[in-house]
Design a protein around this ligand. Structure first.
Ligand code: FAD
Length: 690
């Protein structure tokens, strides 16, 4: 087979990785000095902060470290909850650790009285999360280089593992599976089952809860721990600062970090440091009244940010005023919303998840995911602090009874304040320590969007295509509103002259902390992806992108149109797009015609409208209708791309492609499945799904 550019890039990267690994020189079996790699400044660790986990545990008297590999914050949240429970129920001295912040070379020297817990999310196509990439590479290369004849290097290591995955992806929970396998092969002892949570089935939280109890029993037995009555102990202390007001210059009122507080934002911009970007342009691209889809142009020209076609942009949201108010009211903090507090971790290994001094309002508005689903464990934890005896009993019942909890809370999509309101609306829940909320409510997360512009065409302006989340839930009084997309909608309304934007009764602090987002700005960072056009534009491509799944394909087609205009030869460019009706949600309808003028016959847009004819037609049906050409193009090594809905569409497209190949090449469906897998492995089949 011929190697194309992409293959060469991949090979080169692998080779570099191997060289880097062998030159690193420290690996299990060789390093025996536990203090060898300490006080490093590797991976952006702060000066003076050790990367040596063995040392850190010794110094802080810990016997249990809970590492997390987290992308959207759930794994991190589970890690904190395990730490908390281990301490309060079993007296374990626990600490939570970001995999990115420590080295792992000396885990083989960890004492036998200690235990390591791994909470590992699998991201995308079986990949590690960004903060677990180095760890994963290390473990896998250790495993590969370990010879069965040598003494297993990890014989002393005891570990516990839980994975977060999504069964709609092919490599379901591959992180936890591969890490567990590698650790066991190298002699480590697993305690309890390696748990697996399934986001695809919507059972993540319950999978976690069902896994952890038997695990604790086994861990307690292995480590001789006595179970005791769990008493809540706060992780964070809140100190009210009477001499400061929200206008004092050192007080954070939503600024993400010190640079931002001091008024001069500075790069590098990344997941810890957003760029406050001007929104150059925004418009509505649905033609119906009751649903919204936003097209926005985000200007990065005054930053040092750059992107490549196919990358993602992360938008940092702000919570809506209504939910901020509700939260503050329910927790009794409303009169103190602007009170300044310094927050301190009461345990030296815990990290305050936002900068302080700050105000209660800012914490709730900018840092906590207060609109997110409620965890049943959190309900059980805060039950003792309920305002009345009957509320306490109800909380205990909700915390202990999975079905009851689903019926009363989850099925209504209540957030934490709504849940508390529903249990006891007339008294304040002010006895709950604020620390319990900071521990139990996830940290707010940026949301990713597939960039819908080409970096070749507009290198300083990033387009996004975002459908505004709005769901009617039976039994729930209010419509469920997506946090980020409604914030973006408000920004768009503001830009179009509405001084008090109010998408569906929600208001936002639209000008940001200290009005720093005034003039329509939004905090962003960029995440590079592997979802890429072939570098040779004459290669054919097939793109499947219904709904907002079309976003990166607008970028791809825009790029190819510009290349055609510049005289380059463009390969066949097939785009399958689907939506409800050609008159309602046909995204970028007029633009495709313009691109068609530049691309001529090489470009074909194939549409599927699900609510126009008597039968529902989806992109996968259209794909089947085009089977001969699709098969032919794939023989010519066309790249095949799928973007959008992971749960149904992407799966069905995969199945249909298998059928097309089976028919077209006269092979069995099992064999065709193998071919599709091979295409994925060779990056000929790329997905950008969510
Ligand atoms: P959220 O507030 O995050 O809510 C989202 C959903 O979570 C709700 O619809 C609901 O199902 C659930 N939920 C929220 N609150 C609760 C609750 N209290 N109880 C139970 N369930 C709840 N989207 C696009 O429109 N365009 C794109 O190009 C795009 N690209 C993406 C690329 C990637 C790599 C990824 C990962 C995602 C992409 N998305 C895209 C999705 C996007 O990131 C957001 O998830 C989406 O816009 C919703 O964000 P939101 O903050 O408005 O909604």
């Amino acid at each position: 087979a011929q190697l194309d550019t992409l293959d060469i890039v991949v090979l080169a990267a692998l080779l570099l990785g191997t060289v880097a690994y062998f030159t690193k020189g420290t690996h299990w079996g060789i390093t025996k000095d536990p203090y060898a790699t300490t006080y490093g400044n590797v991976n952006g660790a702060k000066a003076g902060k050790t990367r040596n986990i063995v040392k850190k545990m010794e110094e802080s008297n810990k016997n249990c470290v809970i590492f997390y590999g987290s992308q959207t914050g759930t794994a991190e949240d589970y890690a904190s909850r395990l730490a908390k429970e281990g301490k309060s129920r079993y007296g374990l001295e626990t600490m939570v650790a970001d995999l990115e912040e420590y080295d792992y070379e000396n885990l083989d020297t960890l004492g036998e009285d200690k235990v390591v817990v791994f909470v590992l999310a699998t991201y995308g196509e079986g990949e590690p999360t960004d903060n677990a990439v180095d760890f994963y590479e290390f473990i896998i290369s250790e495993d590969a280089s370990f010879s069965q004849t040598a003494d297993p290097p990890l014989e002393k290591l005891k570990f516990v593992a839980f994975g977060l995955g999504n069964n709609t992806y092919e490599h379901y929970n591959s992180m936890v599976r591969n890490v567990t396998k590698a650790l066991e092969k190298m002699g480590a002892t697993r305690i309890g089952e390696a748990g697996e949570g399934d986001d695809g089935a919507g059972t993540m939280e319950e999978d976690f809860l069902a896994w952890k109890d038997p695990m604790w029993t086994q861990l307690a037995e292995k480590m001789n721990l006595e179970e005791r009555e769990a008493v809540y102990e706060p992780v964070f202390g809140f100190i009210e600062r009477e001499n400061l007001t929200r206008d004092s210059p050192e007080v954070y009122v939503g600024e993400p970090n010190k640079n931002h507080l001091e008024g001069t934002q500075k790069g590098p911009y990344n997941a810890h440091n957003p760029y406050i970007a001007p929104i150059a342009e925004s418009r509505e691209i649905f033609t119906v009244k009751d649903r919204n889809c936003l097209h926005m142009e985000i200007d990065i020209s005054s930053s040092n940010l750059s992107y490549q076609t196919g990358d993602h942009i992360a938008i940092w949201p702000t919570n809506p005023g209504r939910e901020v108010d509700r939260f503050l009211k329910v927790t009794g903090l409303l009169p103190k919303r602007d009170t300044v507090v310094s927050v301190k971790a009461l345990d030296p290994t815990a990290k305050v998840p936002f900068p302080t001094p700050t105000t209660y309002d800012a914490v709730v508005r900018y840092h906590m995911e207060i609109c997110a689903p409620v965890s049943r464990q959190m309900v059980a934890t805060i039950a003792p602090f309920a305002p009345t005896e009957s509320a306490r009993a109800e909380m205990v019942k909700l915390g202990g009874d999975k079905d009851y909890f689903h019926d009363k809370i989850s099925n209504k999509y209540y957030n934490i304040a709504q849940a508390l309101e529903s249990v006891e609306p007339s008294s304040s829940w002010s006895a709950i320590p604020i620390s319990a909320f900071v521990e139990g409510v996830p940290k707010i997360q940026p949301r990713y969007y597939s960039i819908s512009s080409s970096s070749l065409v507009q290198k300083n302006k990033i387009s996004i295509t975002a459908v505004v989340e709005s769901m009617n839930i039976p039994g729930r009084p209010e419509v469920l509103k997506g946090v980020t997309t409604n914030y973006l909608l408000a920004l768009k309304q503001m830009q179009h002259g509405d001084q008090q934007p109010d998408p569906h009764g929600l208001t936002y602090e639209i000008t940001g902390p200290r009005n720093k987002y005034d003039g329509i700005h939004v905090p962003v960072h960029i995440r590079h992806s592997n979802f890429k056009l072939p570098s040779d534009p004459s290669k054919p491509i097939i793109m499947i992108g219904p709904g907002t799944g079309v976003a990166p394909f607008r970028a791809f087609v825009q790029e190819r149109a510009a290349q055609a205009k510049a005289g380059q030869t463009i390969g066949r460019t097939l785009l399958f797009f689907g939506c409800r009706k050609s008159t309602e949600d046909f995204l970028y309808k007029p633009e495709w015609e313009i691109y068609k003028k530049d691309l001529g016959d090489s470009f074909e847009l194939i549409t599927a409208f699900s609510r126009e004819g008597k039968d529902k037609v989806y992109v996968q049906h259209r794909l089947m209708e085009k089977k001969d050409e699709v098969n032919e193009l794939l023989k010519q090594k066309a790249y095949f791309y799928v973007c959008g809905d992971a749960a149904n569409m992407a799966r069905e497209v995969n199945t249909v492609l298998g059928k097309i190949l089976a028919e077209g090449r006269g092979v069995s469906e099992a064999k065709a499945e193998e071919i599709v897998k091979g295409m994925r492995a060779a990056n000929q089949y790329q997905e950008d799904v969510w």
